[in-house]
Design a protein around this ligand. Structure first.
Ligand SMILES: Cc1cc2nc3c(=O)[nH]c(=O)nc-3n(C[C@H](O)[C@H](O)[C@H](O)COP(=O)(O)OP(=O)(O)OC[C@H]3O[C@@H](n4cnc5c(N)ncnc54)[C@H](O)[C@@H]3O)c2cc1C
Length: 501
């Protein structure tokens, strides 16, 4: 479906009471709710696309997510919104995702027979002994991620299931990641519970069959549909329109300046909901906020991401939706098989599209690599892993780079976010929402909830404080997650996909 953009940039009037910045899940949810309630918001989106990180790209008839996007939520409100925003139900996709390490597939959630079978009895016993050793002689003081995980799982298990993947995701050695990050992300999980889960899984295969929701044309389908509905209800969505200045006076937002192709327009407004990165928003404020707020914003860090799409002649290349690549000898972190998400993601003519995912940081060698070199590397890696043969993979590929894909939870981020949320909390007419808008590991559902509550606030309706979304609640969910049979440590570490998000 093609969404409608109206008006064009040059038609944006000089005044629009309610403005939403960003057409990702947070911004579009806010805009949808405002439009549904009769307010006609103007959505300004910097990129040419709809959906933010949750968009779906097209490449020669193939559709590619920015990393596969599962739809999963515990919120009935979000489920209802999904139902309203799209005119057709989502697919129920069976889930299979395994870990690839040292030439073997480990099923996830771990199953005891598969795990011991892959490791061998001798290595399994060594893992057990290394766990006992870690319990008797723990590392003290426990400072790094490595210390934290080794103390709870033992050195051998840490090296097999935690070290390489975590280092790929974050780009720094596990000795440099703080222990409290692990405590927050892997809260409640231990060696004993992991083994108990694996035992339970092996005994009850039926309970392992899980599915997730997915629009048949990828997540972008939902967001393009939502944008279309905002327009149908009288709002406007303008792409290629980057907000470059946010003016305020007397504690109230007063105007935004927006730029497109060198042309700048100033739009007076009374309300703004922004989903742009907090660090950018603070730089754009006129007048600038106090120094402490500027310093907090400047201290926020991000991890970037790129995906290399490859065409594969064979459709049955592997049965998983995606595979985690723990193998240290390649740089790819995860491989998507988009046919296994939805057959309609694939262009006519058969085969499949693979998404080779790389975690990186702007300016590093991966980020700076030329597209043709990235494609060549991706082709080499999939073949060297033994997952496909050279003749199966097309010569051409497509590279998508995504800045600010992951808000970094470093030692200082929490204090910075507190400073920023307190300052923005004092300005009811300028609300900041979403993943980078709040510097939170939001999945789509949490970003949507923040957008929803910001819209309710603007409408003067009761609702939660958007800053409360994905905080305490997520803590409770982590506890629930830790008890679940399908606890998925790898996903928690990658910080996507799980109810933790
Ligand atoms: C690899 C990966 C896999 C993921 N997998 C899942 C998954 O399986 N399930 C799931 O639910 N979630 C997943 N997520 C998370 C999901 O992508 C995000 O939670 C969601 O897109 C966040 O929505 P948002 O609206 O807060 O932010 P964004 O999606 O980042 O949208 C913000 C929008 O604001 C625009 N913008 C920025 N600055 C400006 C400006 N100055 N002016 C105008 N516009 C601006 C941006 O262009 C963007 O379109 C994944 C994320 C990644 C990186």
């Amino acid at each position: 479906m093609k969404f409608v953009i109206t008006p064009s940039f040059s038609e944006i009037p000089e005044e629009w009471p309610s403005i939403v910045i960003g057409a990702g899940p947070a911004g579009l949810t806010a805009a949808y709710v405002l439009a549904r309630e009769g307010l006609k918001p103007l959505v300004l989106e910097a990129s040419p696309w709809i959906g933010g990180i949750s968009r779906t790209h097209e490449w020669e008839g193939n559709r590619i997510d920015i990393g596969g996007h599962r739809f999963f939520t515990k919120s009935v409100l979000v489920q209802e919104l999904w139902g309203e925003m799209m005119d057709e139900p989502m697919l129920k996709v069976p889930r299979l995702s395994r870990i690839f390490y040292r030439g073997k597939f480990y099923q996830y959630p771990l199953k005891i027979l598969n795990t011991v079978g892959n490791l061998g009895v001798v290595e399994s016993v060594r893992m057990l002994m290394s766990y006992v050793k870690a319990r008797v002689f723990p590392v003290r003081p426990e400072e790094s991620f490595e210390d934290w995980v080794r103390n709870r799982f033992g050195d051998r298990l840490y090296r097999t299931f935690f070290k390489t993947y975590t280092e790929k995701v974050w780009g720094i050695p596990c000795t440099e990641i703080r222990a409290d990050w692990a405590a927050q992300r892997i809260h409640g999980l231990s060696f004993v519970s992991a083994v108990m889960n694996a035992l339970r899984n092996s005994g009850n295969v039926k309970s392992l069959i899980t599915t997730f929701d997915y629009p048949r044309l990828g997540p972008g389908m939902l967001w393009e549909s939502a944008a279309g509905k905002v327009v149908e209800m009288g709002g406007a969505v303008v792409t290629g329109a980057r907000v470059v200045k946010v003016e305020h006076e007397g504690g109230r937002v007063s105007a935004v300046e927006v730029e497109s192709g060198g042309e700048v327009r100033r739009v007076r407004c009374g309300q703004v909901i922004s989903s742009m990165p907090l660090s950018v928003l603070v730089r754009q404020l006129v007048p600038g906020p106090p120094e402490a707020v500027r310093e907090a914003a400047a201290g926020l860090r991000y991890r970037d991401f790129l995906i290399v799409a490859l065409r594969c002649r064979r459709a049955d290349v592997f049965p998983d939706n995606w595979i985690y690549i723990h193998a240290a000898e390649v740089r790819v972190g995860r491989i998507q098989n988009f046919r296994n998400w939805s057959a309609e993601m694939i262009a006519e003519g058969g085969g499949t599209t693979l998404g080779m995912e790389y975690f990186c940081s702007r300016g590093d060698d991966l980020w700076e690599m030329r597209d043709e070199d990235l494609v060549a590397q991706a082709r080499r890696e999939i073949v060297s892993l033994g997952l496909a043969e050279e003749g199966d993979i097309g010569e051409e590929g497509h590279v998508i780079r995504e800045l600010n894909a992951y808000p970094v939870y470093d030692a200082e981020y929490r204090a910075h976010v507190t400073t920023l949320s307190e300052w923005f909390g004092g300005c009811a007419t300028l609300q900041t929402v979403g993943r980078n808008g709040m510097h939170r590991y939001n999945n789509q559902d949490h970003s949507m909830l923040a957008g929803y509550y910001a819209a309710m606030r603007q409408l003067g309706r009761p609702g939660e404080d958007p800053w409360e979304v994905n905080t305490e609640r997520s803590y409770h969910e982590e506890q629930v997650l830790a008890e679940r049979k399908d606890t998925d440590v790898t996903e928690i570490l990658a910080s996507e996909q799980t109810p933790v998000e």
